[in-house]
Design a protein around this ligand. Structure first.
Ligand SMILES: Nc1ncnc2c1ncn2[C@@H]1O[C@H](COP(=O)(O)OP(=O)(O)OP(=O)(O)O)[C@@H](O)[C@H]1O
Ligand SMILES: [Mg+2]
Length: 257
């Protein structure tokens, strides 16, 4: 059985995709059988791993015209598979509204491949719509990236509220995997202030690892590569390696499989 983790925050540009790409490739590098599911119509985590405009995509899986097993593709890394996204997904939320089990479509699909993986990471869109609800309903836990910027905490109440609604109605065991501080700039007082505030609010749910702002991280996707293959000695690569270790340690019960 895979551990299924949503990477979610309805705030845009906080590092969801960057975290999904880099964490999944590092889990794969640690020889954990990993599946990255891109459920964002922007399809950034697909293109960030060199998969562009791929059809079929998670869209066909959600609307039920394809079996998930026929849509998953291998990435260029041995332990990393991918369920890619495509701009078609933009229309999916509207199509899904009238479907039976509309919040549970992804969960039902994942059940077919759950045994083939150790970790499944889902990159969510910047909204709390039906796509994110499907992701949360399918997941064991949520990893919340928080950008060390003004208004970082804004909207987090709404996210927690949505998590509670999902727990109440669709997935009672949904947990918070961790809160990740991203784009931290050691020189900025603001970064330190935001980090302190987030730690005050979320306590030990906040990862010890902090992801620093690092230009190499933002360059890697244009080469279709995770940071570890683009620049393994960059501070960004080091930060994400530390995060992967921390996550594996927190999940040591399943990591020892
Ligand atoms: N640690 C970092 N250092 C420098 N740039 C970063 C870092 N993390 C992310 N970025 C850049 O910030 C931008 C937003 O990151 P990303 O796409 O991961 O956010 P997102 O939450 O997935 O956005 P969206 O809500 O649009 O899906 C991207 O251009 C990315 O390359
Ligand atoms: Mg994204």
């Amino acid at each position: 059985m895979a551990k299924i983790i949503s990477i979610a925050n309805q705030k845009g540009g906080v590092g969801k995709t960057t975290t999904t790409i880099n964490l999944s490739s590092l889990l794969a590098a640690a020889e954990k059988r990993t599946l990255l599911i891109d459920i964002d119509p922007q399809a950034n985590s697909s293109s960030g791993l060199s998969v562009t405009n791929h059809t079929p995509s998670v869209y066909e899986v959600l609307v039920g015209t394809k079996n998930i097993k026929d849509v998953i593709i291998n990435s260029f890394m041995p332990f990393l598979d991918m369920l890619p996204s495509n701009i078609n997904l933009v229309g999916a939320e509207i199509e899904m509204v009238d479907m039976e089990n509309r919040e549970g479509l992804l969960r039902t699909a994942i059940a077919e491949v759950n045994d083939s993986y150790d970790y499944i990471l889902i990159d969510c869109p910047p909204s709390l719509g039906l796509l994110t609800l499907n992701s949360l309903t399918a997941s064991d836990s949520v990893l919340i990236p928080v950008q060390c910027e003004y208004f970082a905490l804004e909207g987090l109440g709404q996210l927690l509220n949505t998590i509670n609604i999902v727990k109440k109605h669709f997935n009672k065991d949904l947990a918070i995997e961790g809160v990740l501080l991203t784009m931290f700039d050691t020189r900025l007082r603001l970064s330190h202030q935001v980090a302190e505030e987030v730690r005050k609010y979320f306590g030990d749910k906040v990862y010890k690892t902090v992801i620093n702002r690092n230009v190499r991280i933002s360059e890697a996707p244009s080469y279709g590569k995770p940071i570890i293959l683009y620049d393994a000695i960059s501070s960004g690569a080091q930060n994400y390696m530390q995060l992967a270790s921390e996550l594996l340690e927190n999940n040591s019960a399943i990591s020892n499989n």
